[in-house]
Each structure stands twice: as structure tokens, then as C-alpha cells.
Design a protein around this ligand. Structure first.
Ligand code: SF4
Length: 462
């Protein structure tokens, strides 16, 4: 793009501007952000209807005008990403869409984790946090929010089970999202307050109250609920560590009941992998043993007395509920949603030959090209030699790629040769979905939410 170089002229020498139009320099400030090498200028959007009243220009916002000017052009659309241009809109509205996308569109995310066993090196809290951040491939519009005192049911909760163990003598294993298994019938863990019953007809109470299996609902028949990606690392489990030379237990208690569990804490030495035991160990400065043991006062201790190891194990249930990103980022349906104003690179005069090549090399993202502009003549020793030379000129080939690094206007007077600008009402918008919904649906949902907000304001005012 080439434009006449701007020079300062006294106001009385300015050309006459037709009534109802702004002079070029004001029109430029109104519609463009000017990017000089130290800072951008004219960044504000001028909304006041009477801003140019003295020049006979009506600056008020008109719905009809907005309708005619507003355009959305999709540049790129994949399963998870979308890039589109929003043209003819104010920055405040573009930003409203961005904020709604990040913080106000709901998704399903793991909120409650019931840990039955965790002998891995990851603490329960860290494990629960990792699970919460796993994107789930499920349409949140099919679920209700869980409000206070609500029972977890098939319309507000999704339950997953995870059970992984590294066997003794096996190499270390990776536990990934692939291991998260959907439980369409709800929780399988018996409620801790529930008393054992002999009545075989009565249903044991678990941590959810599902009225039907979720996989019998029409929306999930051909669409099982799974994590969006099956290779996200949750934890690594090892085969355990070799233990020898037990000292006296600090807590000396055992059980005579075969079915019950016991727990000991020992100071010990840990050497290298192995133990044969049915029980579960977790290692640290102390050893904790928790599990069912046989009868006999010291049987538990005898088990501990033999050297050996057991593999690390994780067994848990994860309950996902509906929420929004402003409560916690795990519910945000987008990895990111962002925009930038359309860059505009303007050559204020022709840049030719050596200068053109220098400019071409200055730009790290290849905004400029060099075109051949035909033939010129060479003068050597004041003699005109009729030798034809190819001449070159710089052109702006890919202005959209400009990152506004300002490298091209650094150095001697380069800022007088070209101008970097941003178009104030043209936004290049990018949505990266986490996978619950495709990006184009996310955007239409965001439009709907903004519409509902506007309706709420109107009804409050009227
Ligand atoms: S500002 Fe940077 S990216 Fe943009 S045209 Fe200049 S050198 Fe290239």
C-alpha cells in the first residue's frame, strides 16, 4: 500500500473539505491506531456523538449503519480452532465476546474426587487438581447446574472411575486419561455413612442418586462421555521400593478381625525395589501400612517384618459437574480466546533498490516483497551508457502477518518512509476450544449470552 507522505501545513492552507466529511488527518486518527517506534497513539475509540459537530459531522452510532457495515468473515475453521474477522465493531464489544467466551460459557469439569487408595507420590490434592483440568468431551447444554442441596443425579453429574496399579517387578507406568472410565450408572462407592444391611432387595446407597443409566438417554446412546484427549498424563506409578531393617512400630496396634484394616507407622530404611505383601505401602521418612490382614495379634507386624515391596496404586472416583470459568479456570471452554486489530503497513513513498532489499531483510515475518519495476539506465563518469538495469521496489505483500515489532521503522528516518497502523474496527478473532464444543458453536453461544444480558438491561430499565 502506498500513500502520499504527510507534511505539516498551516491550518489556513488546508484544502477545503466538503461539509459532512472529516479532513484526512482527523479521519485517520478516528479510524486508525498509529504505531510509532516508542508507543501507539490515538488508541481511543471516539464514541461521543458530538465529537465532530463543529465540522458538521454526525458521530452518533446508528443501528442501520452498524447493520450495513458489520461483517464476519471466517478465515480458518478446524475442529478445535477458529480464526475469523469481525469488521465494523467497537473494541468494547469484541472484548465482551472474549470475556464471555473465557468466563461465562459453561462446561463440565471434575469437581469432586473420592480417593479410595493413593499410594503414588502425588498427593491427593494435587491429583484432584490435575483431574479437574482434564477437558471432557460432552455437551454442557445437556446438563443442569448443581445447586445447593441438590442430589447428584444423571442430569447434573458425570462419574468416572480410575483404577491403576503398577505390578511388582514391572517397569514404571504412566497413568493417562485413557484410564478414566465413565460410570453411566453413577457412583460405585458406598456412602461412608451407610450401614451394612442383610436385606438383599434394598439398594445400597452410593455417592450419587441416578434414576436411570446415562447411556440409555438418547443424547448419549451413540455418544459416550470421555475425556477429550486420551493421552494426558495424570500420574506415574512405580513398582515400589525395597525395604529392610524395620524398627519398632511407633503405633503398636493390630486387629484380630480378618476383614478390618490396620495402619502402622514405622521409621525405616529404604533401599531399592521389592516387597512381597498383599498390603499397600506408601513411602516417605516413615512407612504406612493400610489394608486387610489375617487374624492373629502380630500377623500384621510379621508381614512388615519381611523385606520386599508392592507397586504404587491409584483408585478413585471423579465426579464432574457443570460450571463456568469465572468460578474456576477448569470450566473455561476455551484454551484461549483473543483478538488483535488488523495491521496496516503503509509505504509513504517508493522504496527502491538497495533500500527495498534492506526493508525486505528487516521484517522477521516476511510482510514485504520486492517487485521488479522494469528497466533503468546507468550513468558512469558523467556519460550516459545505454545499458539497461533491472530496478526493484518494495511492496507490502502480507500486512496481516505483521506483529507490530516495529523493526522496520527503527533506524535513520525509516519512520518517515513507512507508517504502521491498526484498523480500529477490524478485529482478527481467534478461538481455541478445549474440546467440549466446536469453536463456531462457542461463538454463537457467546452471542446468545450477550443478547440475554442486553435484554435483562432493557427489561430492568423499562
Ligand atoms: S512492524 Fe515488524 S512485522 Fe510489521 S512490517 Fe515492520 S518489521 Fe515486519
Amino acid at each position: 500500500m502506498k500513500e502520499q507522505k504527510t507534511t505539516k501545513v498551516p491550518v489556513w492552507d488546508l484544502p477545503d473539505v466538503p461539509k459532512g466529511k472529516l479532513p484526512p488527518h482527523l479521519q485517520l486518527q478516528r479510524t486508525r491506531v498509529l504505531c510509532t517506534f516508542d508507543a501507539p497513539t490515538h488508541t481511543e475509540s471516539i464514541q461521543y456523538s458530538g465529537a465532530y459537530a463543529a465540522m458538521g459531522v454526525d458521530n452518533s452510532l446508528r443501528l442501520e449503519e452498524f447493520r450495513n457495515n458489520f461483517r464476519v468473515e471466517v478465515i480458518k475453521l478446524t475442529e478445535d480452532d477458529m480464526e475469523f474477522d469481525m469488521i465494523g465493531i467497537d473494541a468494547a464489544l469484541a472484548n465482551a465476546f472474549r470475556r464471555i467466551l473465557i468466563a461465562e460459557l459453561p462446561t463440565m469439569a471434575i469437581e469432586k474426587v473420592l480417593v479410595a487408595n493413593n499410594t503414588s507420590v502425588i498427593q491427593d490434592e494435587v491429583l484432584a487438581h490435575r483431574l479437574g483440568l482434564i477437558p471432557l468431551k460432552v455437551d454442557p447444554r445437556l446438563f443442569n447446574y448443581m445447586i445447593e442441596n441438590d442430589e447428584p443425579n444423571e442430569k447434573n453429574t458425570i462419574v468416572f472411575k480410575l483404577h491403576a496399579r503398577c505390578e511388582r517387578g514391572s517397569p514404571r507406568i504412566k497413568v493417562t486419561t485413557n484410564e478414566l472410565k465413565w460410570l453411566p450408572n453413577g457412583s460405585e462407592l458406598i456412602l461412608s455413612t451407610e450401614k451394612p444391611t442383610q436385606d438383599s432387595t434394598s439398594k445400597t446407597k452410593t455417592y450419587t442418586s441416578f434414576n436411570c443409566r446415562q447411556d440409555t438417554l438418547p443424547e448419549f446412546l451413540d455418544n459416550p462421555i470421555v475425556p477429550k484427549h486420551d493421552d494426558i498424563l495424570i500420574a506415574k506409578l512405580g513398582p515400589g521400593q525395597y525395604v529392610r531393617n524395620f524398627a519398632t512400630p511407633l503405633v503398636n496396634e493390630t486387629s484380630t478381625n480378618e476383614a478390618s484394616a490396620i495402619s502402622f507407622t514405622f521409621p525405616c530404611m529404604i533401599e531399592s525395589p521389592h516387597v512381597s505383601s498383599n498390603d499397600t505401602f506408601s513411602f516417605g521418612g516413615f512407612i504406612k501400612l493400610a489394608g486387610a490382614v489375617g487374624s492373629g495379634k502380630n500377623e500384621g507386624l510379621n508381614v512388615m517384618g519381611t523385606s520386599g515391596s508392592v507397586g504404587m496404586e491409584i483408585e478413585l472416583e471423579a465426579h464432574a459437574v457443570k460450571g463456568v470459568g469465572k468460578t474456576h479456570a477448569k470450566w473455561s471452554p476455551v484454551a484461549t480466546a483473543w483478538y488483535r486489530m488488523l495491521p496496516e503497513v503503509v509505504l509513504l513513498q517508493d522504496i527502491e533498490d538497495g533500500m527495498a532489499e534492506e526493508l525486505f531483510k528487516k521484517c522477521p515475518v516476511g510482510v514485504f516483497d520486492i517487485e521488479d519495476i522494469g528497466k533503468g539506465s546507468l550513468i558512469v563518469f558523467d556519460q550516459f551508457i545505454d545499458r539497461q538495469l533491472g530496478r526493484k521496489r518494495a511492496t507490502v505483500a502480507r500486512p496481516r502477518s505483521c506483529t507490530l515489532c516495529r523493526e522496520c521503522i527503527r533506524g535513520d528516518d525509516w519512520d518517515k518512509l513507512l507508517s504502521l497502523r491498526r484498523v480500529k474496527d477490524h478485529f482478527i478473532f481467534t478461538i481455541e476450544s478445549t474440546g467440549a464444543l466446536p469453536p463456531e458453536i462457542l461463538f454463537t453461544e457467546a452471542v446468545q449470552i450477550l443478547e440475554e444480558k442486553c435484554e435483562r438491561v432493557i427489561s430492568e430499565l423499562s
